[in-house]
Structure formats: structure tokens, C-alpha cells
Design a protein around this ligand. Structure first.
Ligand SMILES: Nc1ncnc2c1ncn2[C@@H]1O[C@H](COP(=O)(O)OP(=O)(O)O)[C@@H](O)[C@H]1O
Ligand SMILES: [Mg+2]
Length: 395
């Protein structure tokens, strides 16, 4: 699990060190840097997957050089499957302080600290790696104890990253065998979710909080339908191949008062159902060690549905995944508070950050939660809109 993320000269952040937990909520004004936090993690994954951060090969060199090496032909790959960040000029923090600016991302994972520093090149989309400092223990400079220390697990763990802009109701969805079978990846827009369900619908969801109490079975298909049923009662989902075409089809059925309805296409049911499906599947398939990055899981859901998404995300985190989400929803925040109060999540597992950006820098306030689900502070602007509006209404 990533315990702390440090950013240097990365987009809105000059220097930022952010503790992360099993369930981290990034909240705050629009354009305050929340997505950039997720992007920095995705950037490391993307660079690593492309072979541009092949960490393990540094070890012998790192040993010789006292864990601090320069590496040629490697670096941050700014544009790829997970994020498209443009060129160095887009990414470099505008108010950088050095003569020769560098961009750095550091990660603490358990006892180890890892860091990558790249050179700034305005026009490039592969920023060359200058320094790797790995793996030191965060207490000091003890030598790595085993292979697990060589590559941080967040670079290789099962991973999902769902952008705010996700699949909408469509006639068909892609059928990418490699994404779904080879990598178990839903796609940043959730575009592989339907095909994933087709292949993995019969996989069991492990016992515990992820299992919905009213699901017909422990199979992913039924579990997903049960969680979706909290958004729209009686719904069931089906994913079918379209013969002769490299595409798959999604359909919904409903348990009406007179029995099941005909199957319906996504465009004939509520937009929110299809929009949230990737979130539901990402959470239900998260396992201990998985890393799940979510932007606005609440989008297009009615208030109770938003609370249910918080419940589901909390369940994934309680069962050992790391979930980091950006949210604007009171109901998501309150759903997580309730999960803590009801002991489905410990207070230490839920981390809240409130970002305040003024266009030149970002300040982060981090309310702490207690066992009753109460937060120790409510900074101005942090989910106080309801109260402010009510004051005016009754004042
Ligand atoms: N290179 C940069 N230097 C400084 N600030 C930047 C840079 N790139 C983006 N930003 C700032 O980052 C903010 C956008 O961050 P983002 O993570 O998308 O916000 P959020 O997800 O909170 O809406 C904007 O305020 C933008 O001005
Ligand atoms: Mg954002």
C-alpha cells in the first residue's frame, strides 16, 4: 500500500507530501489538484508498464552507488493508456524555485521509500530519469532485505483507474481479450467492463463486506446486480458477445411486479446505471493489495446511490485493497463516516484530504475521523454548503 506520496514540481504542487490510507478521499474545490494526485500515481504505473521505470534493474547498481543512481533512457512517460499529460512544459509546476527545475515523485510503501526524479524538458513527452533513490527504509539507510523491496508493489499490483469521464449507454462495447484476460483491466473509461463481466461473471466475490446481503449468489454477476439493485431495485445485468463482430453487448432486465421484464438496452435505462457499472466491478474485483483510483464514483447517482458507492468502496478497502478517490459528494463522505461508526472500517483506515488551491499553490487540510465517525475539523468550504444554505433559508 502507498502510505505517502510526495510530489515535487508536479503540476499544481511545488512540494507536497500526502499521507494515504486504505481508503483516501480527495476533496476540495474544482481545479485544486485532486486529479493530479491520481495522475502522478498513474504516471508511475504507466511509465513502469512501458518499461521506462524498470526498477529492479537498478538494484545491483544502486547497491554499488549507495542507493542513488542516474539512469539513462528511462523516465516519466507523459502520454499513454492511463494519462495524457502533454509535455514537460505542461507538467512542470509553474512557480518552480530552482535554476534547473526537476520533477520528482516519491512513494513510501511500508518500511521503504522510493523516489524518482526527472529532468525538465519543455517539449518532450518522455522526461529523462536523473535519479532513483531506492529502496531506503524510511527510518534511515538500511539495505533492502529481499526482492520485495526492489519493486514497489503499487507498480505491479492489480490496478484500476477510472476517470471521471466513463462509458455511457451504447449499442456495444469493445472486446479486447488482452485487457480483460491478460491484465484484468477495465480501461480508464471502464470501456472493458462489459467484456470483463462476460469473462469473469462467474468468478466468486470473496466472503466478507464486499458480498451484498441480498445477492442471489456470490458470483460477480449476481453481486454486481445486487449492488446495482441498490441504485435501481430489481435490476439484473447481462453481457453477451455479438457474433461476427469484435464487440460485446450489455443489457438490463428488471424484476417487475408481474415478473421479469424484457431485456433492455443501456440507452433505454437510466444513464447512471451504466455510468456506475465500472465502479461497482472495480470494487467487487479488488483484492488485498489491489490499487483502485476513482474519480467521482458518485457521478449521476441519486443521493442514496452515492452513499451505497461509499459503502462499496469502504468494503473494498476493509478487505485489503487501497482505494483512492476524488469526490464532491456529501453522501460519499457521510457513507464513509457511517462505515467507520458501524465498524466496517477502522478510523485509521479512512483518510480525508481537503484541497484548497488558489491557482498558484495548493494547501491541504486533513480532517481526522474518530470511532464515532465524527471529524475533528470542518474547514471552511469543506462540505458546509448544505448548512450554509439552510442557514439562509431559515435565517
Ligand atoms: N504546470 C502547472 N503548474 C501549476 N499549476 C498547474 C499546472 N498544471 C495544472 N495546474 C493547476 O492544477 C489545477 C488542476 O488540477 P486538477 O488536479 O485537475 O484539479 P481537480 O481535480 O481538483 O479539479 C488547476 O488549478 C491548474 O491551474
Ligand atoms: Mg479532478
Amino acid at each position: 500500500m502507498i502510505d505517502r506520496l510526495a510530489l515535487h514540481n508536479f503540476k499544481a504542487f511545488g512540494d507536497m507530501s500526502l499521507p494515504l490510507g486504505p481508503l483516501t478521499l480527495l476533496t476540495g474545490l474544482n481545479s485544486s489538484g485532486k486529479s493530479s494526485v491520481l495522475q502522478s500515481i498513474a504516471l508511475l504505473r504507466q511509465s513502469h508498464e512501458a518499461g521506462e521505470l524498470a526498477v529492479s534493474q537498478y538494484l545491483p547498481e544502486a547497491r554499488r552507488a549507495g542507493f542513488h543512481v542516474g539512469v539513462a533512457n528511462q523516465g516519466f512517460l507523459l502520454n499513454g493508456e492511463l494519462v495524457g499529460l502533454g509535455t514537460g512544459e505542461d507538467v512542470l509546476h509553474e512557480d518552480f524555485a530552482e535554476d534547473e527545475p526537476r520533477i520528482g515523485i516519491g512513494v513510501d510503501e511500508g518500511p521503504y521509500h522510493y523516489g524518482w526524479t526527472v529532468e525538465y524538458e519543455a517539449e518532450q513527452n518522455l522526461l529523462p530519469l536523473l535519479d532513483v533513490d531506492l529502496p531506503l527504509t524510511s527510518e534511515g539507510a538500511a539495505a533492502p532485505t529481499g526482492p520485495e523491496a526492489v519493486t514497489p508493489s503499487f507498480l505491479t499490483a492489480p490496478f484500476q483507474y477510472l476517470h471521471a469521464d466513463r462509458i455511457s449507454p451504447a449499442e456495444f462495447y469493445p472486446r479486447d481479450h488482452h485487457a480483460v484476460i491478460g491484465r484484468g483491466f477495465l480501461g480508464v473509461r471502464g470501456e472493458h467492463t462489459v467484456n470483463f463481466l462476460r469473462h469473469h461473471g462467474e468468478d466468486p466475490v470473496p466472503e466478507g463486506l464486499l458480498q451484498h446481503p441480498r445477492a442471489a449468489s456470490d458470483l460477480l454477476r449476481d453481486q454486481a446486480a445486487a449492488w446495482m439493485g441498490d441504485l435501481c431495485p430489481g435490476v439484473d445485468i447481462r453481457a453477451d458477445a455479438i457474433e461476427g463482430v469484435d464487440a460485446v453487448r450489455l443489457s438490463y432486465g428488471f424484476q417487475g411486479t408481474l415478473g421479469p421484464t424484457r431485456r433492455r438496452r443501456p440507452s433505454h435505462v437510466g444513464f447512471g446505471l451504466t455510468y456506475v457499472l465500472p465502479i461497482v466491478v472495480a470494487c467487487l474485483t479488488a483484492r488485498p493489495g489491489s490499487l483502485v483510483l476513482l474519480e467521482n464514483p458518485e457521478a449521476h447517482l441519486h443521493p442514496h446511490g452515492q452513499t451505497q458507492m461509499a459503502t462499496l468502496c469502504a468494503a473494498a478497502a476493509a478487505q485489503g485493497a487501497q482505494v483512492i478517490m476524488e469526490t464532491h459528494s456529501d453522501h460519499v463522505i457521510n457513507g464513509v463516516r457511517l462505515a467507520v461508526k458501524q465498524e466496517r472500517l477502522t478510523p485509521g483506515q479512512a483518510v480525508f484530504h481537503y484541497f484548497r488551491g488558489d491557482g498558484t499553490g495548493v494547501e491541504v487540510v486533513s480532517p481526522r475521523i474518530d470511532a464515532d465517525g465524527m471529524l475533528d475539523q470542518w474547514p471552511e468550504g469543506f462540505f458546509d454548503e448544505l448548512e450554509n444554505t439552510l442557514d439562509q433559508l431559515i435565517g
